[in-house]
Design a protein around this ligand. Structure first.
Ligand code: SAH
Length: 197
């Protein structure tokens, strides 16, 4: 019996999105109830969020449900598929851990809550931006999993754009808010990958 690996990849990706939505649902509802003291919805911030969502989510959806991108398909092999699926599982685990540690301090964009606390425990002991680690792992996992040049790599471009436009600004915001506490935290942690970056 042969499996249609492209179909398997599509199903795995859709299951991943559903699981991600489940992990994110409660933090979303809860954090909405906590008032914000600083809200940054600049044009740059909006652009980042849109391009990231298009790359990570909408382009793969277009590939899965339409035939627009079929010209960019390639033949999938089992090892790449398994590696991609494994990375998506790691990504889900990371999302779960970041939401657990960040709690109400989480937001989609660059905001600070009233009474914002700096979180440096749980997975935040290891790196300063574990949620961005989770998104990188998602983007890399999708590149392995989806046998299509456009849908597979759009996540890396989309999230990469958000990451590089945002992370410096986010750290500046945290430094302005938490001063020496954040500087000390920066000295003992890496940004995204423990020991590397
Ligand atoms: N960059 C982090 C958080 C992403 S959510 C990560 O990748 O895990 C974005 C919001 O989280 C920011 O608006 C900021 O208010 C908040 N934030 C980022 N790092 C934080 C920390 N160490 N403690 C508390 N809040 C933090």
């Amino acid at each position: 019996m042969t499996f249609d690996l492209e179909l398997v990849a599509k199903i795995i990706w859709l299951l991943f999105i559903v699981a991600w939505g489940v992990i994110r649902y409660r933090p979303n509802v809860k954090s909405r109830k906590t008032a914000k003291s600083v809200v940054s919805r600049t044009l740059k911030e909006r652009f980042s969020m849109i391009i990231s969502a298009v790359g990570l989510g909408y382009i793969p959806l277009v590939w899965i449900f339409t035939d627009f991108l079929d010209g960019y398909d390639y033949t999938q092999n089992t090892m790449l598929l398994v590696m991609g699926a494994g990375l998506l599982l790691v990504s889900l685990r990371l999302f779960r851990l970041t939401h657990k540690a960040l709690g109400k301090m989480w937001s989609h964009s660059l905001d600070l809550r009233e009474d914002h606390k700096l979180v440096t425990s749980g997975i935040y002991e290891k790196v300063r931006h574990p949620m961005y680690t989770a998104f990188w792992v998602w983007a890399i996992g999708a590149a392995f999993l989806l046998p299509n040049w456009v849908a597979g790599f759009s996540g890396l471009i989309g999230f990469g754009t958000l990451f590089f436009l945002r992370v410096g600004q986010e750290e500046d915001m945290m430094k302005a808010e938490f001063g020496d506490e954040y500087e000390a935290y920066m000295k003992r942690t890496k940004k995204v990958f423990p020991g590397i970056y």
